[in-house]
Write a protein that binds this ligand. Structure first.
Ligand SMILES: Cc1cc2nc3c(=O)[nH]c(=O)nc-3n(C[C@H](O)[C@H](O)[C@H](O)COP(=O)(O)OP(=O)(O)OC[C@H]3O[C@@H](n4cnc5c(N)ncnc54)[C@H](O)[C@@H]3O)c2cc1C
Ligand code: SF4
Ligand code: SF4
Length: 1020
């Protein structure tokens, strides 16, 4: 038999890049792709962009796969396995790709189960079991189970993106493992293919038959013969996930793997990281959703005391009600306090300035019993010398908010700018609780010795504290990593812990398996691998015959990593910094040595954690929600840009076709700017791409029509009758589609002969507003000015009725044109023109800004350009000052309301009846500017505005008008916005975005109002 293709095709072996891997395996890859395309229904992704995007996961590693396969059904996956076996191409199964140790990167065929193979096969509510396909995400499963008051309780922090197949692969563990155990404790059965193509049912050994039984018997025999060795070498902690679970036949875990002490063969697959079999389905044990939860936050004066107390606190769990004891240390507390979204929540949990806090949760059916547990906790802390150290949280809302902060812990840390990053390689070592204090203390000394430090957090209840020392992998990071790993391992051995206690082995910890279990057990692991996978087809060279953890040829940022010099159009210098690993202090902006002046470093902030794959509330990432494609995901885009900027894709850098394809469906909603934990701002990055791309390839007619709209709008409005024919004569619409790419299925905004700019209301002069007691400047944008003038007039009327002296922003020396923020130019790759517009606006607004007068706008994407992109155009303090004064209409009113200046105005509003729905523009969401809309609407007597939980409406400026994007645009609208509107046919709908209103009109045939119009209508 020929050996399979090498799994770890290193950068060196591959000849410095993706092309070489393709060459090395060209013929086989070609045949593989052809056969997959003809013999399956799945998606076959063999382009450089796709391979690059699947070359990484949430680890430090990067290995290009031969290709990527996205099966539509599990049958597709089986056929792919057969084809790979024929062609001797390794298979690397993958779920959400959130592994931290490189489990899902490898030079085989990556099979991504997460897109289609994600059905719930069967639920048995009485037996409390569920059978699922491997690609289903934990949160989605739990949403499905909620109506049955059941849940799957292995609550990993990545619950919104981790798949059950991946969780089983890694033997994942949740925050509440002290109560529910790890993945292995909650899996009842698995159907899986071994690499010979045979499908096996793995379940209770006693009941098993056929090949599965034979496999089980062989492993049982090994376990029997190695019993003394297992007893001697096996870590006796709950959180041991390294190696194969040979101990199913001779349990060493603190918690037996099964409730009745029987052996379950499916547990051999749990934690095998895709190296033994390809999972087709999993049968899982469910738990009752706890009816009540209470939380006690224990504040500690020293970190050591917190660690030392954990062993005593867990003893409160004798009755089974203790579900979590989670650590948050001082650094994490401080980082959270700096985040405006988290600060109030954290502050409410603190007593003074603790060095660490432990979140102690009790859950169960009887709230009174749980409250007694909190009293016991308080008494215990008194006995331990810390009276009055517990903040009690008996109610769910504050608990939930605090858990969100804890879950965001790692990501908060990862937002550190500069090349030094917290690196995961010893972050989940587990030690017995009685040694936790000494272990953490000594490891901290190790970090210090190596000139770095780490932040500690997470699972104190089970001795698995997360910590990531800060290392610069482009410099001495790999060497330091090895040294620290060696010294950490000595501590783990000293305290009889487990080196891999949560995140698995992958490329990072495979070599530590022999160290942990000794040569005999390691050889048995090799035998298990050969037994299940004699062809060495499934993720080879991981737990058996692994690479060195510090092999820089397998890394995403090896010392040879280089960025192609580039001069960005916008200012990215805030990212162009370095940090000191010991103090975490960052250098001044622009000093980081980035040849792309900070743009590359901003792109590199993506650490692949996969948070952008979530589907819950929040905006990020609409194009992924619609397509479920890695390519159309913030992470996929950031990876594509990183590869392009570092010359690893194509020769055209940022203007390569791969980047163009990846950014094509990005609607620039800025959802990632707010929701991405490390602040990847893809909307801003897309501006760089558009600028570079159009500079190289020129602007299309559509670009010019969209971009230059503010320039020709005055002239065009004079021919409104003629131009609006396009919306009435289908032939003209089709002509427009073929010439400029605007979808014939859409109406375009209607031109008005009489509009706000040629027929404005009489506002105050510049001098009048500068002298006024209650001044405001109304900045009217192109869209509300030319196409929806009633909105601008309504805003003017409302501001006047509220007692303000309103000046309408205009050029100091009128030239027939209006002031413009530059938004349309930015979205069409015309940054120079946008800067010119922004410069004009800045100059015109300066006197008002200097006087502290608010500049108020109506269209979120325009007004918020003043707060966002305009500050990156090189205007320095002037732009920052304008940003500080720029407010959306409702933000201004909400501010005034809070200051008590709107009481008279409130009295002028007549009541309204009926439901009132509000859709937030995604830029409003990104800038937390939606709640002011709700606050202001509540001024109307009887108004009870309800926010629709939506992502982007799908229109996104000109995106939805484009013929090639029409379908995706409508799918985005159908995600939640349009169904919510259809469910409330009588509701008044408020939407501040001009394109959102258009989408609502097209998709739901309803006329949405700007909030200003609703307020103006209610004026008596
Ligand atoms: C910020 C962050 C926080 C995290 N928090 C936690 C935590 O709280 N607890 C925890 O345990 N982990 C945590 N992890 C690690 C990771 O999220 C979990 O291990 C998660 O369960 C992996 O799920 P996934 O779908 O991304 O799997 P992937 O990473 O895609 O795959 C995991 C393993 O499963 C294998 N696999 C996937 N599908 C199949 C299949 N069909 N057949 C066979 N093998 C398959 C893969 O080959 C791989 O070896 C965290 C990671 C990050 C980045
Ligand atoms: S883009 Fe942000 S959320 Fe998505 S994987 Fe990267 S860092 Fe995580
Ligand atoms: S800007 Fe919006 S569409 Fe684009 S990557 Fe970010 S969240 Fe996704």
């Amino acid at each position: 038999m020929n050996a399979p293709l090498p799994l770890t095709v290193t950068r060196e072996a591959a000849g410095q890049g993706s092309e070489a891997v393709a060459r090395a395996t060209n013929e086989v890859a070609g045949t593989l792709a052809r056969r997959l395309a003809t013999e399956t229904q799945g998606e076959v992704l063999f382009g450089d962009g796709d391979r690059g995007r699947y070359a990484t996961d949430a680890s430090i590693y990067q290995v290009l796969p031969v290709g990527v396969f996205v099966p539509r059904t599990s049958e597709d996956a089986r056929i792919a396995l057969d084809i790979c076996r024929d062609l001797k191409v390794p298979v690397v199964p993958r779920g959400g790709g959130t592994s931290q140790c490189g489990q899902t990167v490898g030079a085989g065929l990556v099979i991504d189960f997460s897109k289609h193979v994600r059905n719930v096969v069967e639920v048995d509510a009485t037996a409390r079991t569920v059978t699922v396909e491997p690609g289903i995400v934990l949160d989605h499963l739990n949403a499905h189970l909620k109506k049955l008051a059941l849940w799957y309780p292995v609550d990993v922090s990545t619950a919104a993106q981790a798949t059950l197949g991946g969780m089983a692969g890694n033997n994942s563990c949740g925050s509440r493992s002290i109560a529910y155990g790890n993945m292995v404790h909650n899996v009842l059965g698995a159907e899986a293919w071994t690499s010979d193509g045979a499908l096996h049912r793995f379940g209770r050994f006693e009941d098993s038959s056929g090949a599965a039984r034979v496999l089980g018997e062989r492993v049982r025999d090994m376990a029997r013969s190695l019993a003394p060795e297992i007893e001697k070498r096996w870590p006796k902690v709950l959180r041991r996930v390294g190696g194969y679970n040979l101990d199913v036949f001779h349990n060493q875990n603190e918690r037996p793997y099964t409730r009745d002490g029987s052996v379950n063969l499916a547990h051999l697959l749990v934690g095998s990281e895709g190296t033994l079999a390809l999972t087709k389905s999993l049968t899982l044990q469910l738990s009752e959703l706890p009816r009540a939860k209470v939380l006690g936050v224990v504040n500690f004066p020293t970190f050591y005391k917190a660690m030392d107390s954990a062993q005593h606190i867990v003893k409160l769990g004798g009755d089974g009600t203790l579900t979590a004891v989670e650590l948050v240390d001082r650094t994490m507390i401080e980082l959270s306090l700096q985040n405006p979204a988290f600060a109030p929540t954290v502050q409410a949990a603190l007593i003074g300035k603790p060095d660490a806090v432990l979140l102690v949760e009790f859950a169960g059916a009887d709230k009174a019993q749980l409250l007694r547990k909190l009293t016991e906790l308080e008494q215990l802390m008194g006995d331990l010398g810390l009276p009055k150290s517990v903040v009690l949280m008996p109610d769910e809302a504050p608990q939930k908010a605090l858990w969100e902060v804890r879950k965001a812990g790692l990501n908060i840390m990862m937002s550190l700018k500069g090349d030094g990053k917290p690196v995961s390689f010893i972050e989940d070592c587990a030690v017995p609780l009685e040694h936790l204090a000494e272990y953490t203390d000594e490891l901290t000394q190790v970090f210090r010795k190596h000139g770095t430090r780490g932040t500690w957090y997470a699972h104190a209840s089970v001795g698995t504290l997360h910590v990531r020392p800060i290392l610069d992998m482009r410099q001495q990071g790999a060497t330091r990593m090895r040294q620290i790993a060696e010294e950490a391992s000595a501590l783990v051995r000293k305290y009889k812990g487990a080196y891999s206690g949560e995140h698995g082995d992958g490329l990072c910890r495979g070599e530590w398996i022999r160290w942990q279990f000794g040569p005999k057990i390691d050889e048995a692991f090799g035998e298990i691998k050969r037994l299940f996978d004699p062809a060495d087809l499934l993720s080879p060279r991981r737990m058996v015959n692994p690479p060195r953890m510090d092999d820089t040829r397998l890394m995403r940022f090896p010392p040879s990593y280089r960025v192609i010099p580039l001069t960005p159009a916008l200012d990215w210098t805030a990212w162009d910094v370095q940090n000191d690993p010991a103090t975490e202090k960052t250098t001044a902006p622009g000093t980081g040595g980035d040849p792309a002046h900070g743009f590359a470093k901003a792109v590199e902030m993506c650490n692949n954690n996969g948070h952008c794959r979530k589907f819950d509330a929040g905006t990020m990432c609409p194009s992924y929600r619609v397509t479920r494609d890695e390519q159309h995901l913030t992470r996929g885009r950031a990876n594509t840009l990183r590869l392009a900027l570092s010359g690893q894709i194509g020769s055209d850098g940022i203007t390569s076709q791969e980047v163009r394809d990846a950014l094509d469906l990005c609607v620039s909603c800025k959802g990632c700017k707010r929701d991405c934990p490390t602040g990847v701002d893809m909307a801003r990055m897309k501006i760089e791409f558009l600028q570079a791309d159009r500079a190289r390839h020129g602007h299309s007619l559509r670009d010019k029509l969209v971009g230059r709209l503010p320039d020709y709008a005055a002239l065009a409005s004079r021919f409104s009758g003629l131009l609006n024919l396009r919306n009435r004569i289908p032939l003209l619409a089709r002509l427009g589609e073929s010439m400029a790419g605007f979808s014939a299925r859409r109406s375009l905004p209607e031109w008005q002969q009489r509009h706000f700019f040629n027929d404005p209301p009489k506002g105050a002069t510049r001098d009048e507003v500068l002298a006024a007691a209650r001044p405001v400047v109304l900045f009217v944008d192109t869209f509300n000015g030319y196409f929806e003038s009633p909105n601008a007039r309504a805003a003017f009327d409302v501001l006047k009725a509220a007692g303000y002296t309103v000046h309408i922003a205009a050029k100091e020396k009128p030239d027939g044109k209006h002031l413009c923020c530059g938004r349309t130019y930015l979205s069409s790759g015309m940054v120079a023109e946008a800067k010119a517009k922004a410069g004009e606006l800045l100059a015109a607004m300066k006197p008002f800004v200097d006087r502290g007068i608010a500049i108020v706008g109506l269209e979120p994407s325009c007004l918020l350009t003043l707060r966002d992109e305009m500050t990156t155009m090189g205007f320095g303090d002037a732009a920052r000052a304008l940003a500080g004064q720029s407010l959306l209409f409702e933000e201004f009113l909400a501010r005034e309301l809070k200051a008590g200046r709107l009481e008279e105005f409130r009295a002028k509003l007549k009541p309204m009846e009926g439901p009132l729905l509000v859709h937030g523009h995604c830029h409003q969401n990104a800038f937390d500017a939606v709640s002011p809309v709700l606050e202001v609407l509540k001024l109307v007597p009887g108004a009870q505005p309800q926010l629709i939980e939506t992502s982007c409406c799908g229109m996104a400026g000109s995106f939805g008008y484009e013929a090639k994007h029409y379908d995706v645009s409508m799918q985005m609208a159908e995600l939640s916005l349009l169904p919510a509107l259809r469910a409330a046919p009588d509701a008044t709908v408020v939407a501040d975005g001009t394109s959102c209103r258009h989408q609502i009109a097209d998709g739901a045939q309803r006329q949405a109002l700007h909030a200003a119009v609703l307020l103006a209508r209610q004026l008596t």
